[in-house]
Design a binder for this molecule. Structure first.
Ligand code: DGL
Length: 271
């Protein structure tokens, strides 16, 4: 297969990375995609950096079997603590933190930027450091929102969901009190509840979707390197099949799953 028609490999700890696939399909509709969601080991965002690095390496090796031309870490947590594993790969690698921080700095008018992420992402200060490297005057308010991951994987994502709305209000309060005008959805699960978050924040706050920024970065890379493909097929691999898989996947993807879904054993991933 010519280099350009090889698939793009995308991975996440679970289904959140499908928010990146959704955007990839929008900006790169002719690319073949292989997705791996490590649903058997989710969440990554409450685990130590050492564990996330180990998992990220295994996920990357799993995707390399498919002769991918590019790997996207569609996970804020992996991007925060394991982006350096890119140096060990024979293919280019795109992570979500750098392009998302760039978009947030561009969008913010008052320099007050909120970051919502997992515990591991927030503890790493990855988004905060990336923002400050672009604007050292910026004020960054971080909030770890581990319960969002659970709510999204469980499919509690309807706009009027009372539990998710109450949880979001509590997480967002310190950011809104600080007067942020821009909020990074720094975990790829969070775009699934962006309407709930937007309703609470109101019109004065711009939400930056890390999934969208990663997809735009991938589109730019492929174009600049003459690697645009001609296919449009997707296949999906997960290391466990959660009960609410179809519903959650459809919301994150913005349409029903359009390709084969295979469950692989963790032994296969760990090889
Ligand atoms: N989707 C992932 C992220 O972007 C992580 C969720 C988790 O595994 O905790 O951080």
């Amino acid at each position: 297969m010519g280099a350009a028609n090889r698939p793009i490999g995308v991975f996440d700890s679970g289904l959140g990375g499908l928010s990146v696939v959704k955007e990839l399909k929008r900006v790169l509709p002719y690319e073949n995609i292989v997705y791996f969601g490590d649903t058997g080991r989710i969440p990554y965002g409450t685990k130590s950096p050492e564990t996330v690095i180990k998992y990220a390496r295994q996920d990357e090796q799993f995707l390399l079997q498919f002769n991918v031309k590019l790997i996207i870490a569609a996970c804020g947590t992996v991007s925060s603590v394991a982006a350096f594993t890119a140096d060990e790969l024979p293919v280019p690698f795109i992570e979500v933190v750098t392009p998302t921080a760039r978009a947030a700095v561009k969008a913010s008018k008052n320099g007050k930027i909120g970051v919502l992420g997992t515990n591991t992402t927030v503890n790493s200060c990855s988004y905060k450091n990336a923002i400050l490297s672009l604007n050292k005057e910026a004020e960054v308010v971080q909030m770890a929102c581990p319960m969002f991951v659970e709510l999204v994987e469980s499919g509690w994502i309807e706009r009027d969901d009372e539990v998710t709305t109450a949880t979001a209000k509590r997480y967002l309060k310190p950011l809104l009190l600080a007067g942020v005008d821009t909020i990074i959805l720094g975990c790829t699960h969070f775009p699934a509840i962006k309407d709930i978050i937007a309703d609470i924040c109101g019109e004065g706050v711009t939400l930056i979707n890390s999934g969208e920024q990663a997809a735009l970065e991938a589109a730019k890379y492929l174009k600049e390197n003459g690697l645009n493909g001609n296919g449009g097929k997707a296949s999906y691999y997960v290391s466990d099949r959660p009960q609410s898989f179809a519903k959650t996947a459809e919301i994150l993807l913005g349409s029903p799953i359009d390709g084969e879904v295979k469950t692989v054993s963790l032994d296969e991933v760990k090889k």
